[in-house]
Write a protein that binds this ligand. Sequence first.
Ligand SMILES: Nc1ncnc2c1ncn2[C@@H]1O[C@H](COP(=O)(O)OP(=O)(O)OP(=O)(O)O)[C@@H](O)[C@H]1O
Ligand SMILES: [Mg+2]
Length: 251
Amino acid sequence: MKIISIINLKGGVAKTITTINIGHILATKCGQRVLFIDNDKQGNTSKFLGLHNDNDPSLADLLTETVTASTAIRKTEYPGLDIIPANMHLLKANLKIMLDETREQQTILKNALQQVASEYDYCIIDNAPDINMSVINGLVAADEVIIPLKIDQFGFDGLKEIAEQIDQIKEFNPGINFRGCLITQYANNDVNSQGEAHLREQTKYPIFKTHIRRTDKVDESTFARRPIIEYSPRCNAAKDYLSFVKEYLGE
Ligand SMILES: Nc1ncnc2c1ncn2[C@@H]1O[C@H](COP(=O)(O)OP(=O)(O)OP(=O)(O)O)[C@@H](O)[C@H]1O
Ligand SMILES: [Mg+2]
């Protein structure tokens, strides 16, 4: 099982949309077995998949070692696509892990996932726009990191910060691979084309060739709660996410 952490400290850059759509494409188009981990107390990935509630076992229980990974996993309506959901209990769980110094706090998720490693090809972690204990666990568990990025100055500034965080995680996870930045919500205008060109020329970090174009259909898809290739297969974002998965897989 390859574990990919989707992360950016900045909010609203399409971490959740990217997680859902690449996971859905890997499962339904590429025949891969995919496990999502919703690592955000907002629970957006869980809500999108209709699996958000306060009572079922969730990531909070896994991180506080109340349940095992198998118990926390829920099946989605898509074959090959499962999830460990999240809810507001993650807030308390974060505090609890931080205060408990009797055990290693950073490796709980990594260790818990070993139990189900042979059951999945990919595990995709949708992280909160934050650095807290559960996000640190999400990075320590990761084989690879993908950073969704919007073209604006704040996004460029934030890239440096998240790259520093990835470097610091190497103490616990020396093999972590910064796979690349994925430009999302790309609009066909001067600031986006110049910003993208600048990023590709100037930055020392890897940037995927594919960018995801801004499409109103993506917002609509969140109301319909359907992955984009199902909701609007011909829209630009659907085509771009399909191209991105191909690029990611090296096809
Ligand atoms: N390609 C796109 N075109 C248009 N809108 C998009 C696109 N990608 C994402 N969005 C919209 O941008 C908003 C933020 O997306 P999303 O929730 O995935 O970001 P996030 O990084 O997970 O946010 P948070 O940091 O709050 O978790 C949503 O309203 C989503 O519908
Ligand atoms: Mg999100």
